[in-house]
Design a binder for this molecule. Sequence first.
Ligand code: CDP
Ligand code: MG
Length: 167
Amino acid sequence: MNQQTLVLIKPDGLKKSLTGNILTRLSETKLEIVACKIVKVSRELAIEHYKHMQDKPFFEELIKYIQGEMHDRKKVMAMVYWGVDAIQKVRQLAGATNPEEAESTSIRGSFGRITTKGLYENALHASTNEQEAEREIKLWFDPDEIIVDLYPTKIQEVKDTQKRVWV
Ligand code: CDP
Ligand code: MG
């Protein structure tokens, strides 16, 4: 069944120049990239993305981590991968959340680490199920930033709004 999944190359992945590596590994899946951008992650976006982790003792660290404050890289690369069994295929290649438990050949097993504070820096994020994928894709992307129609959309009149444009 065709699915879509959100993939984020996290700031540690960018800092370690792993983008090419990760994209090459993900290309083994033969899935299609249908959206891609570099995002400067606001605190609001970080909190919304990780809202299921709000009660964890490392929540503040996690928010700083995804915002890039620990790696002097205040950005992440956000992508939507699409195709047959996309969610499971990407999670499989990503490996377990804990990089020490992840298979050594997986992306997280190869490139992740646990910080001295106990935070898992695992180079990439991948949605866990269809519900989460929908929530996350809608959070990170507008419909027009994705080249296929994944979810229903509507046209909304937006009056008196300001938008930055090229001079
Ligand atoms: O990213 P994944 O879906 O595999 O795991 P999660 O349970 O949704 O946790 C989100 C992120 O929180 C992880 O990717 C880790 O960066 C971090 N985390 C951590 O540092 N320590 C844990 N015990 C669990 C998660
Ligand atoms: Mg998760």
